[in-house]
Design a protein around this ligand. Structure first.
Ligand code: UD1
Length: 418
């Protein structure tokens, strides 16, 4: 087991470039299956979730290799259409391979995906969308068997702007005959990356970033090179960390236009934020103000992934903040761990009230999931004394060399194997 040992209280100061987006890169690796030829994904972060996607591609018979942050994939030799359980259980995003394998092979087999334990994470919207496009799907226990002799473009209305469903529908629609219109589509920046990539390999996609996306299926694809956007969640986590322990941090490759809901909240908290094209700088106030009510919503609302780090910051605000988690049922796994550090948080179902205390105190804690781990790092950096955070493997699914990045900003963080 790997852990972080953090001595809190040092002000973060300095300049960083943030990794490419995890949630942006993973669907592109699935989309590589649509091409017989090489695709190169630049700015692809070095994370265990990305390694899992590369392992899936290799299992399917594709060539997949990395050189630094550039990943080259050639799916010409794809010869399998199933994903074994051990790979499916490693991450939730593996479900996005369903639409891509179906599009390429006309059939797909997999078990239900794994990932963070955030409460029930059904895939009924994904399956309904694929069925509407012409797939036949049977469930045998945990196993899904999908077949589509021919996929047909159609009008899809999603019951909720689900990110994963929008991605699976775009991938399957790429191989469908005719045009597919996805209505009530997700508008997250990661959808823009997938649309950009599909356009680059020869599949016309219009409307990404709006609620109606059109995909023209059945076009001939070709190799391409595509650069993934900066990870808005990683960037936001470093901003929360900087706010929690004071100081000034600048991000030299930020996409502030993707982070408006967070910067709005951080400004409420008293942070001074300068934004320019491709750049952000946060200067922390001497005292953090409470943010009032924060409700997680689909983009452009406040991101569910940014709820845990902001909650950690609010633990030492001068007053009470209220969080309402609308996306996932159990996304308060960090609360119990924050309480161990002295946080005063009450919760009931989707609601959490965080009453700011003067300071948090270091303690041994466990990262229960990826973004909960980010919350604990944020809290530990601002806390008095030493915090040991175990189960850092969760964090390493989403943050590239986080300890190195934080040390560059002056934090006292050690990563050690136990
Ligand atoms: C979600 C987040 C995404 C985040 C990712 C990882 C939203 C809208 N999506 O994406 O920003 O990066 O988690 O933390 O904030 N649902 C169903 N049936 C389905 C699919 C989804 O009921 O078939 C429900 C889920 O239970 C959940 C909601 O829809 O309540 C959001 O789902 P979705 O956007 O699909 O989740 P992810 O793609 O995992």
């Amino acid at each position: 087991m790997t852990e972080f040992v953090i001595h809190g209280g040092r002000k973060l100061k300095g300049s960083i470039a943030v990794q490419g987006s995890k949630n942006g890169a993973l669907p592109l690796l699935a989309a590589a299956l649509l091409v017989c030829g090489e695709v190169v994904i630049e700015n692809c972060p070095q994370l265990s979730d990305v390694d899992c996607a590369l392992d899936i591609l290799t299992y399917l018979g594709c060539k997949a290799g990395r050189s630094g942050n550039s990943v080259a994939v050639d799916c010409t030799g794809m010869c399998a259409h199933d994903i074994p359980e051990r790979l499916m259980k490693r991450m939730r995003s593996s479900v996005v391979f369903l639409g891509a394998i179906l599009a390429r092979a006309g059939c797909a087999e997999m078990t239900m995906p794994g990932g963070c334990m955030l409460g029930p994470r059904p895939i009924d919207y994904h399956l309904d969308a694929l069925r509407a496009l012409g797939a036949e799907i049977a469930a045998e226990g945990e196993r899904l068997l999908c077949r589509a002799d021919s996929l047909r473009g159609c009008d899809l209305f999603l019951p909720f702007p689900s990110v994963g469903t929008t991605e699976n529908a775009m991938l399957a629609a790429s191989a469908a005959q005719g045009t597919t219109r996805i209505m009530n589509a997700a508008r997250e920046p990661e959808i823009l990356d997938l649309a950009g990539f599909l356009n680059a390999i020869g599949i016309p996609v219009r409307g990404a970033g709006t609620t109606v996306i059109e995909v023209e299926g059945g076009c001939r694809t070709h190799g391409a090179r595509y650069t993934v956007a900066t990870d808005r969640i990683a960037a936001g986590t470093y901003l929360c960390a900087a706010a929690a322990c004071g100081g000034t941090v600048e991000i030299t490759n930020a996409r502030p236009e993707h982070m408006a809901a967070l910067t709005n909240a951080l400004r409420h908290a008293g942070c001074d934020i300068l934004e320019k094209l491709g750049y952000m700088r946060l200067t922390a106030p001497s005292h953090i103000a409470p943010v009032g009510i924060v409700e997680t919503r689909p983009y452009p609302g406040y991101a569910t992934d940014m709820q845990p780090p902001l909650m950690a910051l609010m633990c030492t605000a001068e007053g009470t903040s209220v969080f309402i988690e609308n996306i996932f049922e159990s996304r308060y796994n960090h609360m119990e761990q924050l309480r161990r550090m002295g946080a005063d948080i009450q919760s009931e179902g989707r609601f959490a009230a965080v009453h700011g205390v003067a300071r948090l105190t270091g303690a041994p804690v466990t990262a229960p999931d990826l973004r909960a781990g980010a919350a604990l790092v944020t809290a530990a950096l601002g806390a008095y004394g030493r915090t040991e955070i175990s189960h850092i493997d969760h964090l390493e699914r989403g943050y590239e060399r986080m300890d190195e990045t934080l040390r560059r900003l002056g934090a006292d963080v050690i990563r050690r194997e136990q």
